[in-house]
Design a protein around this ligand. Structure first.
Ligand code: SAM
Ligand code: SF4
Length: 320
């Protein structure tokens, strides 16, 4: 369906857990999270029911995210159920890749189309530092496993962090020379507890264009926030996602479902619609609640405007 600003909303990003096996500095507090009591988190059945209902309003694209979606028990069967919904044309997962070697085959078999893998550095020591303890080798093995089972095109999401990985832009871009993958540079957003840190480390994606002057622009894809480029003779593509320096709010096509049962019409607004209470107490109002959330989508975010306050909810509790 269309929102109040004429945007067709067809994309639901679903966070299946707040829990994660990493602690990325821009996303999660150092001490990690206290696991919520079971009943505060939507069950997989409830998540599926909400997804099914959303298809009646025109949602045809689902991304499973988190926290780390692959730590949620039963994730494979959820993927399988979603993939069997006729209305769903695109089903993907965003993962840190740590458990992908273990699950790639089962995810493919369950009907998953593709994966986005988050990776901010190609250096083992730096990886450990930014994720507070992660092992780069696990992610590399995960990427290889995803490639073997054809969870493609594989997209690598790299958040640009000033003074941390700007010296690796060329190295990341060169991955696309030999492999048919999409490397997407994403601007760091001020969100939750790490918003001040993010503001200090922010780097506009223009730096990518400066470091790679031979990039060839590709045709703009509808409903896709990334602007794509290619290096001459490369097998893969390079994407720039600029939520801050050049926001894409006018073409935004998504809403989010959090693991604790809130619909977030906009990532950068604290506005949330409680859908957990609705699904538990009065299912007949489910569709209406989803419709209200879509209609409540603001025209745009207000980052960089006077008086803007970053949202309070951390990214791992929203689903990126
Ligand atoms: N754990 C999974 C992962 O890392 O891919 C899925 C959840 S994570 C919250 C989703 C994406 O959000 C990741 O690509 C992560 O890099 C990105 N992210 C988290 N905090 C961010 C921030 N403040 N600005 C930009 N991207 C962020
Ligand atoms: Fe976990 Fe993903 Fe957040 Fe990193 S970005 S802490 S992997 S949820």
């Amino acid at each position: 369906m269309k929102d109040n600003f004429g945007r067709r909303i067809n994309y639901l990003r679903v966070s299946v857990t707040d829990f994660c096996n990493l602690r990325c500095r821009y996303c999660m507090p150092e001490e990690g999270v206290i696991q919520k009591p079971h009943h505060e988190i939507l069950s997989l059945e409830e998540i599926f029911e909400i997804i099914k209902c959303s298809t009646e309003l025109g949602i045809d694209k689902i991304r499973i995210t988190g926290g780390e979606p692959l730590v949620r028990k039963g994730i494979i069967s959820l993927v399988e159920k979603i993939s069997q919904l006729e209305e769903i044309k695109d089903l993907a997962i965003t993962t840190n890749g740590v458990l992908l070697e273990k699950y790639a085959h089962d995810l493919k078999k369950a009907g998953l189309k593709r994966v986005n893998i988050s990776l901010d550095t190609l250096n083992e020591v730096k990886y450990k530092e930014i994720t507070r303890g992660g092992n780069l080798n696990n992610v590399i093995k995960g990427i290889e496993a995803a490639n073997e089972v054809n969870l493609t095109p594989i997209k690598i999401n790299t958040v640009l962090i000033g003074g941390f990985n700007d010296d690796e832009i060329v190295k990341f871009a060169n991955l696309t020379m030999d492999y048919n993958i999409h490397v997407r540079f994403i601007e760091l957003m001020p969100i939750g507890h790490a918003s001040k840190w993010a503001e200090e480390k922010f780097l506009s994606n223009n730096i990518v264009l400066k470091k790679l002057p031979n990039l060839i622009p590709l045709e703009i894809e509808r409903g896709v926030p990334a602007k794509y480029y290619k290096l001459p003779n490369a097998k893969g593509k390079i994407g720039l996602i600029n939520p801050i320096s050049n926001h894409f709010c006018t073409t935004c096509n998504r809403v989010r479902l959090t693991a604790d049962g809130k619909i977030k019409p906009c990532l950068h607004s604290d506005k949330e619609i409680d859908i957990k209470t609705v699904i538990r107490n009065d299912k007949t109002k489910l569709k209406e609640t989803l419709r209200r959330a879509i209609l409540g989508k603001p025209a745009k975010h207000h980052i960089n405007e006077n008086g803007y306050k970053p949202i309070e909810r951390d990214m791992f509790k929203i689903g990126g």
